[in-house]
Design a protein around this ligand. Sequence first.
Ligand code: ZN
Length: 504
Amino acid sequence: MNASTKAYEELVTRLKRTALLGSCSAVLEWDEQTYLPREGAEHRANQLALLAGMVHEQATNPEIGNLLVELEANTSLGEASPEMANIREARHEYDRATKLPRRLVEELSRVATLSQHAWVQARKNNQFQDFLPWLEQMIDLKREQASAIGYQGNHAYDALLDEYEPGATSEMIEQAFIPLRNELVSLVSAIKNSGVTPDISLLTRKYPVEKQREFSISAAEAIGFDFAAGRLDIAAHPFCSGFGPGDCRLTTRYDEHHFPGAFFGTLHEAGHGIYEQGLCKEHFGTAMGSSTSLGIHESQSRMWENLVGRSRAFWDHFYQPAQKLFPEALASVNQEDFYRAINDVRPTFIRVEADEVTYNLHIMLRFELEKSLISGDLKPADLETAWNEKFVEYFGIAPETSANGCLQDVHWSAGLIGYFPTYALGNMYAAQFFNAAEKELGDISKLITNGDFAPLKEWLNQNIHRRGKLYRANRLVEVVTGEALSHGPLIDQLQNKYHELYNL
Ligand code: ZN
């Protein structure tokens, strides 16, 4: 064994130990969102802050810096080698972490926990003012974090974005968003003027919660989520958390009178879960055993939710079972009317329940607002007004309550700023990956009609999941599809589908 092999092994051991400790906070965070009694919030905040500090201490141990220097001097491996990827990303994370004082890391963690609890209450009571002091604290902390990390010019936002989409900048995001927005706006207006209005009332009939749960689980299982290595619980804001090999948690929320929320929400989170379950177990704790970026993560969830779950083929397979489970709601509804209802396009308030076409506009609105909050152009106290004004500009409607407006998402309360654009990136990546999969697998809709989801899942396992962070997101999409990030395939797919549905 030569010196750099030994140094590499030492580095990997340290990274894995840190990841293991980090995964303990993930368990506590999941529990906090699902089962923690309200009175326990303060104690939980202290537990999580302690762990965040310990993780930070391990991640910034100077010995990691020494090992990296030694490895960087002695390693000459190609771009696509797992060792090189682990070293490259370890350097990236070490540099980010060492710029942050432990005090700030602990404070961010503590405030995030308390602020999320304040958000849940404020959202329930429709009181933006109750959440405002927490938002102000959080924005201050995030600005402090950005300046500690450092950034080019006046793009403090980029320092935060980099945590979720390594290497991406707000300029790059804007370049992809602007042409996408133009195409979407004209598609939305064509749909609005088409005179076609699907009957969506059939989706708000009575769908008993227990049956919704049963149906959601059976669909998640069918597409390839392994319940022997995961579970589904209830949370105010649905999410997926992969704790590590063999343990991935999904959450959803049920409304007895709204079928799509829990069902497509579960498919979405199961898509994230399938990614987590598809990561290489032996690489847990290193870049090679981690997801590429949140944009790539979202490409997986949106693919299963929309490109698969909202397709005709999917309901060729699942409509009969749905009618059997929900006879009161669906016995008299034909499949085509159901298909049209779940693909209804119209401006609505809630992002997570938005249709595929308007969804990205919800993201662009948040991207603009959070950039202004971080730059200081927008004061937290003015957020609700700014939100409502922009909402009218983008959607032509104004939310009447905070819960339907700027209090609907958990992200800002949790300090997840720079996270939203990854959703729209995910939609673009999903369309590109789906086309590439189809080139190799042939007509995917035929497989889906037969309930044969394994070929697509395995294609994703092989081309995306098992690659971990071998490549950065922009390179991965080139390697897998032969093309750079583009809004073209997403627009093509949306136009093909919705021109037919709305007689355009
Ligand atoms: Zn997602």
